[in-house]
Design a protein around this ligand. Structure first.
Ligand code: F6R
Length: 226
């Protein structure tokens, strides 16, 4: 576990780890989240990419999850990643993958050699990607109904909870656990209690993030003490 002093430091730590992976293996497969927590890191990666010091031309990026049928394209996670990261990089369009646009996302990931590094945020109900409480360990990419707490947490993107889509598609727990390396990021006091439950409590579908303790190479980056 890496405890940093601030959100900026967390973002730096994460961005540097991604850059190291990209330099060591230029054709790395990344699993990437959306949300508030990775924004600082994506800002740094965007700056460095704008300066042409990063080469994404051989990388492959897999979205962790996606809404099903949001009212506008600007509300999709695809759009989020495009705006906050991809448009600053030389990542080819054909190397950007979205589970919504693929019948066999797990097969696709495997055919690319598997995920090298997957970044995860944590929901305040313990979800990772959109694996909501109750998701079993033996789950691959699947569609699901979002919980009300997740829809509530994401309402600001949609101008109110009623407009938040009810369904999504997500990499499963098994998809995530198959990644060579995992990084879980958590920022701010509101994430402390759930992270504590995930890391120190029993491994259980009640807190999907608890399944991460079954992985041999998981790093947790926070800006608070547990
Ligand atoms: C989003 C995703 C979610 C978020 C989680 C935390 O692609 O997979 O699991 O990582 O909801 O979101 P933030 O960072 O907004 O607190």
């Amino acid at each position: 576990m890496t405890k940093t002093d601030s959100y900026e430091a967390l973002s730096h730590e994460l961005a540097e780890t991604i850059v190291k992976q990209l330099r060591e293996k230029p054709n790395s497969c990344f699993g990437l989240p959306t949300g508030r927590t990775p924004l600082g890191c994506y800002g740094l990666l965007s700056q460095w990419s704008d300066m042409r010091v990063l080469d994404w031309s051989r990388a492959r990026c897999f979205q962790l999850d996606e809404y099903i049928d949001p009212a506008e394209r600007s509300m999709t996670f695809e759009h989020f990643l495009e705006q906050n990261l991809f448009k600053h990089t030389n990542l080819p369009e054909e190397n950007r993958f979205n589970p919504r646009q693929c019948d066999d996302y797990d097969g696709l990931i495997q055919s690319c050699g598997g995920l090298d590094l997957t970044i995860l945020g944590i929901g305040s109900n313990g979800h990772i990607a959109f694996n909501e409480p109750g998701t079993v360990r033996e789950s691959w990419t699947h569609c699901l109904w979002l919980t009300e707490s997740t829809r509530e947490a994401n309402k600001s993107y949609f101008g109110g909870q009623p407009r938040v889509p009810r369904q999504a598609i997500t990499m499963g727990i098994e998809t995530i656990l198959q990644s060579d390396k995992l990084i879980l990021i958590a920022s701010g006091d509101k994430k402390r209690a759930i992270l504590e439950r995930a890391m120190l409590g029993p491994v259980s579908a009640d807190v999907p993030a608890s399944f991460l303790s079954l992985h041999p190479h998981v790093t947790i980056i926070t800006d608070f003490d547990l």
